[in-house]
Design a protein around this ligand. Structure first.
Ligand code: GLN
Length: 481
């Protein structure tokens, strides 16, 4: 059980002189040591976090009103988000020894509000995976059962929060990488609308899908962090200029709302019975609260994964061409000329899954197959978007499990990439369409493994989404939350 589950608790404890930032960082550093077997951190910024904490304590003593909104917020960041002067490697050998020359806009905004960053956490290589097993640094393990995966690709971020090594963590979500690990680890996972948070300083995987997200214990903390990171950024042309509402002041939803679910999902062949039961219980609880829950039809479910994997591998093959052994990180020692430097560095630097995706992406973009795969997948994306837009004309929210199952055993899906890809069936819709989605822990299966439920809303409706999630959090609150 986590000692602190919200920033509010920490700020109150500090205000009542029961805690200092330094003690808090020390506590988290001990937790990091005690959970070393889970392989959460790629790098711990122990000394730096402690000295920042001391400086913040001093500033607070002199003038409590002078500290930022995130005073007392101890964060970790996924190994795909840049923090100036610190390593970033995307869980890959190819970025060995590389240091970020600048910070992601999201990171800068958090630091400006006095957050403390305690370390960089493990993830699937270039965020490609659903189990954290493709990392060059080995898998992170689920704290609920270390023989099981934490989900992916932001598995390190989810376990960092689950195992109480920091209060919240930054992840990234291209096809579910914040929500699926949140579901597997029993924490909150928020993927905002595409373009809500600047992608500047986020290592690109699928640029039209990628979005920085948040893993935390509470909806309130996710809302607070979103408020600070969101908003336009001249460094990212795809970042929205929409004004940023005061997400942190959002109250739990009191008005009755219209919520849709897809019967195709609840009857899906891949759904674990306990996950289905958790969904049905959540629906019943929402009905008790006065919300209307109705079945809506969606006949594109089986097209989500194929279209997603065509489009994201295409984008990835282009994005990852920059890792050439010349400009960044790892360079093969066996190369003899320019071409062999490219070939050998990439062959030795990238792992199997990343190579598979670069090849697949290159194939779907090749002259002879472009129309058959890439153009077709774009058309499917458009249809999915149209149906989703239509849905939100009639409903406020869409409810779905975050994943068909709870966490599986390490190694279980590594031999069959397609089976691994199918684990993303319920999360990719939000990325295909750009809408925001939040995953909340609602139950556990018979083995005691967490089950998460996902709520989605129309694009840029984060305020409503947060407010509905806060209401749901109240009804499903488990003893340890
Ligand atoms: N598991 C999905 C993939 O491998 C999603 C990854 C992500 O969201 N970064 O592409």
């Amino acid at each position: 059980m986590a000692r602190y589950t919200s920033l509010e608790q920490i700020q109150t404890a500090i205000a009542e002189h029961e805690l200092s930032c330094e003690e808090l960082v020390q506590y988290y550093l001990q937790q990091i040591e005690a959970t070393a077997h889970l392989n959460i951190y790629v790098e711990v910024y122990a000394e730096e976090a402690l000295s920042r904490a001391r400086a913040l304590d001093e500033r607070y003593q002199q003038s409590p009103a002078e500290v930022g909104a995130l005073f007392g917020m101890v964060l970790s960041h996924k190994d795909v988000i840049c923090y100036q002067g610190h390593g970033v490697s995307a869980g890959s050998k190819i970025l060995q020894g590389f240091e970020s020359p600048y910070s992601a806009t999201a990171v800068e905004r958090l630091l400006a509000e006095d957050a403390i960053i305690i370390g960089r956490v493990n993830c699937d290589e270039f965020a490609m995976g659903s189990s954290n097993e493709t990392s060059h640094f080995g898998p992170t393990r689920n704290a609920a059962d270390p023989e099981r995966v934490p989900g992916g690709s932001s598995g390190g971020s989810a376990v960092a929060v689950q195992a109480d090594t920091c209060l919240a963590s930054l992840g990234s979500d291209t096809g579910g990488s914040v929500r699926q690990p949140a579901s597997f680890c029993g924490v909150v996972g928020l993927k905002p609308t595409y373009g809500r948070i600047s992608r500047y300083g986020l290592l690109a995987y699928g640029s039209s899908f990628d979005q920085i997200g948040i893993l935390s214990h509470s909806v309130a903390d996710a809302a607070q962090l979103l408020q600070i990171m969101a908003g336009s950024d001249p460094q990212d042309a795809t970042c929205s200029k929409n004004p940023v509402p005061a997400y942190s002041e959002t109250q739990a939803e009191a008005k009755p709302r219209r919520i849709a679910y897809f019967p195709e999902v609840l009857q899906h062949r891949s759904l674990q019975p306990e996950v289905k039961a958790a969904c049905e219980q959540t629906i019943a609880k929402l009905q008790e609260q006065g919300h209307t829950i109705e079945a809506a039809s969606f006949d594109l479910l089986d097209y989500l994964i194929p279209a997603y994997y065509v489009l994201t591998t295409a984008e990835a093959s282009s994005n990852l061409s920059r890792y050439d052994g010349i400009r960044y990180g790892y360079r093969s020692g066996n190369a003899t000329d320019l071409l062999s430097t490219y070939k050998k560095s990439r062959t030795e630097g990238f792992g199997t899954e990343v190579k598979r995706r670069i090849m697949l992406g290159t194939f779907v973009l090749s002259a002879g197959y472009y129309d058959a795969y890439y153009t077709k997948a774009q058309k499917v994306r458009r249809l999915i978007k149209q149906q989703t837009d239509e849905l939100f004309r009639n409903f406020d929210f869409l409810l779905m499990p975050a994943a068909p199952t709870t966490a599986w055993k390490l190694g279980d899906k590594m031999e069959d990439p397609v089976e691994m890809y199918l684990a993303d069936i319920f999360t990719v819709q939000a990325n295909m369409t750009g809408i925001p989605a939040i995953c909340l822990p609602v139950a556990e299966d018979q083995a005691g493994l967490p089950i998460g439920i996902q709520l989605m809303s129309d694009k840029f409706a984060e305020e409503q989404l947060i407010s509905m999630a806060a209401a749901l959090e109240e009804v499903v609150r488990r003893p340890n939350l």
